[in-house]
Ligand binder design. Sequence first.
Ligand code: GLU
Length: 290
Amino acid sequence: MKGYRGRFAPSPTGPLHAGSLVAALASWLDARAHGGQWLVRIEDTDRPRCVPGADREILRQLAACGLQPDEPPVWQSRREPLYQAALDRLVAAGAAYPCACSRKDIELALHAKGRERTRHGLLVYPGTCRDGLHGRSARAWRFRVPEGTVAWTDRRLGVHLQDVAHEVGDFVLQRADGLFAYQLAVVVDDADQGITHVVRGEDLVGNTPRQILLQRALGCAQPSYLHAPLVLGANGEKLSKQNGATPLDLTDPRAALARAAAALGIALSPHGTLADALAQAARAWGERFP
Ligand code: GLU
């Protein structure tokens, strides 16, 4: 496919584990199946959560698995002027506004309205600062979410609908600590890097409508989305460091890749070179997700 550009965008909160390798492999297979470019972007905007050296370790692990990016990796922490410029444009357009509310303020306002938390404990912002700060000082910047349902089609999961205004509310673009939020950084970077196809774990599916709204507000093209299955931990939740995912054992990269491919429903041949087996897996992927 001409012009296909995909990416793997790990947060360097630790080395890759079995679950994150699945996301990496899915995005690589999709890019290769479509004759596209595959990029790696280190998403280190949330600095307090980043682990020093995890970025280098992730790149080493990907290389050990034969997953080589087609361009030098980029680090979000070096791209903050881009996020600031995007925020400035949203503010100028009236699509973003300063917010003085602490988490406690939001909880109290929701409680007063008889509304408690919904979506995974996420607080739906009650809109306190939508029409001004009323003398309080700004802490964060929020996106003014338009009314209406966002509809989009995932290449694996089909049609999705989300009423972002009511299910999520006006979400944060720049946090009280000055760091840019994932939602803004990911949209700016996907657009700036010309990403045409986003392939990532299914845990991020609920973020996609927020990102689509930001793309619309910033006039960015909407990439196509495919959310890949997750590897679940023993407790039935997404495998993560918090529920016991151990770093990948790469003494046998091919075995680790075979397990990741199996999680995607793709067989990785034990025969021939790893490069040939991966190329064959990409063809199988391409038949499933043309
Ligand atoms: N950095 C995010 C994560 O590791 C993924 C972002 C994305 O693929 O859009 O969960």
